[in-house]
Structure formats: structure tokens, C-alpha cells
Design a binder for this molecule. Structure first.
Ligand code: AMP
Length: 117
């Protein structure tokens, strides 16, 4: 059982910002942006490229956008997915990072950091 399944099952606490029958979104415990929320499908898959159904993929992204704009109140934000250890994935339960809330200055630095890898 992954840590995210434990959060879904309320076995460990989290700061939930959105939930419906199929998805849950909660604050990242180690935020890398002023707003950092994880959007997680309740249906278990270990990484994004395991989801073969385009509808399921679309629903996941649609939910992340809804959470970013609605629950998080963001108009500008970044959606990021780490797929595999080599890309920095540490929790093997598919999730989308929703990052935002920067000032213009922060955003410029983030942009530079991303360009530099
Ligand atoms: P990734 O590197 O894409 O697998 O991201 C996993 C994310 O889960 C990291 O940003 C962690 O900080 C976050 N995380 C790990 N444990 C928890 C937890 N108990 N509650 C909230 N976020 C967590």
C-alpha cells in the first residue's frame, strides 16, 4: 500500500483540498512552491504511463485543472508529473503536482531554474 492509498483511506492525516468519488487532492508535505497540491486518482496505478485509457488520462488532467483553478484559486500554475525514478518520482501512485502562487519575481526564477534543468 502506498502512502497515498493510506491518505485516501484516512490512515494517515493530510490536508485535503478536494475530493470526489474518483480523485483526491491534498497539500504536498514538502512544498516546492507557495501553493503545492497533489492531484491523485483513487484508482491505483503506479505511474502516469500505466494509464492507457485516454478518457482516464483526460479526466485526471481535467480534475487537476479544476483543483488548480477552483480549490487552489490559481489562474497561473504549473502541472508536473514525474514518471519513474530517473525523473524524480518517489511515490509510486500516479499523481499530478499542481504548483503556483508565485510572485512575478519567483516565477522568473522558477522559469530560469527549469530552463537550466
Ligand atoms: P514524486 O516525486 O512526483 O513522486 O512526488 C511525491 C510527492 O509526495 C513529493 O513532493 C512529497 O513531498 C509528497 N509526499 C510524500 N509523502 C506525503 C504525505 N504524507 N503527504 C503529502 N505529500 C507527501
Amino acid at each position: 500500500m502506498t502512502i497515498f492509498e493510506k491518505i485516501i483511506a484516512r490512515e494517515i492525516p493530510s490536508s485535503i483540498v478536494f475530493e470526489n468519488d474518483d480523485y483526491i487532492a491534498f497539500k504536498d508535505i514538502n512544498p516546492r512552491a507557495p501553493v503545492h497540491v497533489l492531484c491523485v486518482p483513487k484508482k491505483v496505478s503506479s505511474r502516469l504511463d500505466e494509464i492507457s485509457d485516454p478518457l482516464e488520462l483526460g479526466m485526471l488532467y481535467q480534475t487537476a485543472i479544476k483543483v488548480a483553478r477552483g480549490s487552489c484559486g490559481l489562474t497561473d500554475y504549473r502541472l508536473a508529473v514525474n514518471v519513474g525514478v530517473g525523473a524524480g518520482q518517489i511515490v509510486f501512485h500516479t499523481h499530478i503536482h499542481i504548483l503556483g502562487g508565485w510572485t512575478d519575481l519567483d516565477a522568473e526564477k522558477q522559469h530560469q531554474d527549469m530552463a537550466e534543468g
